[in-house]
Design a binder for this molecule. Structure first.
Ligand code: CAA
Length: 248
């Protein structure tokens, strides 16, 4: 199997960690992107991963900042090699109903969850096109597919992310690159832990599988989409949600 350089934004997060682990298991050289103010906890996370036998590179990058993404991708390319696998996984929530949503909560979520896909992908796409190989996986959400009370910002950004996936998939399909979205349902991570208990419980009760998903269940799907084996699925939105939302 060809060993590739994989860059996972939000790599030290709940879902990101599982994706990094799985890509290492698949034999890739993995670099986890973290939000620069979280340097200390990201380094502790990296140390823990090393102790678990999982070697991962680290790159501080503000995915909401186009120039900072350019700097980070250049540095990763120099230190590890050109990025062949990109997983856009960095994301935040600023939940609240629209009638009360401050502009800053709209802007923060759009910048971190949607602008980021452009900001990072823009700096790896030409290299992938030149080399004639690439795998891009965008982590969206079931709530981008069906909407969620209290998430006008998050639902809009995640729906937008799949629009980005579809367009870039078409632009790159003839060049050995696949671009896909994975839309997780409610996964056991710090993000869902931050939800009000009763709201989370009522959502779990509405999941046909009656449980939350595990980060590894997302990671397995991402690893397949990022593999050599996936040469023909592109522009797709793969749901991993326990049946919470089904569609054509
Ligand atoms: N459907 C319909 N009505 C609802 C509702 C729902 N799901 N939830 C609340 N309401 C109603 C309440 O009953 C209340 O009604 P009244 O005014 O008639 O009493 C009203 O809406 C409350 O509105 P507020 O604006 O006052 O809302 P709030 O301050 O109570 O907070 C909230 C609402 C912030 C949205 C809170 O319910 C919440 O945090 N919900 C969780 C949203 C969510 O699912 N987030 C996902 C986070 S994890 C993630 O994002 C990962 C992923 O991809 C899945």
């Amino acid at each position: 199997m060809t060993k590739r350089v994989a860059f996972v934004t939000g790599g030290n997060g709940g879902i990101g960690s599982a994706i990094c682990r799985e890509l290492v298991v698949q034999g890739h050289k993995v670099v986890a992107g973290y939000f620069p103010p979280e340097k200390e906890s990201a380094e502790a996370w990296q140390k823990q991963m090393h102790e678990d036998g999982v070697a991962i590179g680290l790159a501080g990058v503000d995915v909401a900042d186009f120039q900072d993404c350019e700097r980070a991708i250049n540095e990763i390319t120099e230190e590890f090699g050109p990025v062949d696998i990109l997983v856009n996984c960095a994301g935040i929530t600023r939940d609240g109903t629209l009638k009360k949503m401050p502009e800053e909560n709209w802007k923060a979520v759009m910048a971190t969850n949607l602008d980021s896909a452009f900001n990072v992908t823009r700096h790896v796409i030409n290299g992938m096109l030149e080399r004639g190989w690439g795998r891009i996986v965008n982590i969206a959400s079931v709530n981008g597919q069906r909407g969620q009370f209290g998430q006008a910002n998050y639902s809009a950004a995640k729906a937008g992310m799949h629009g980005f996936t579809m367009a870039v998939a078409l632009e790159t399909a003839a060049k050995g690159i696949t671009v896909n979205t994975v839309s997780p349902g409610y996964i056991a991570t710090a993000m869902t832990e931050a939800m009000p208990d009763e709201v989370l419980q009522s959502i779990i009760n509405s999941v046909p599988m009656r449980r939350m998903g595990k980060p590894e269940e997302i990671a397995n799907t991402v690893a397949w989409l990022a593999s050599e084996a996936n040469a023909y699925t592109t522009g797709a939105n793969i749901p991993v949600n326990g049946g919470l939302f089904t569609s054509h």
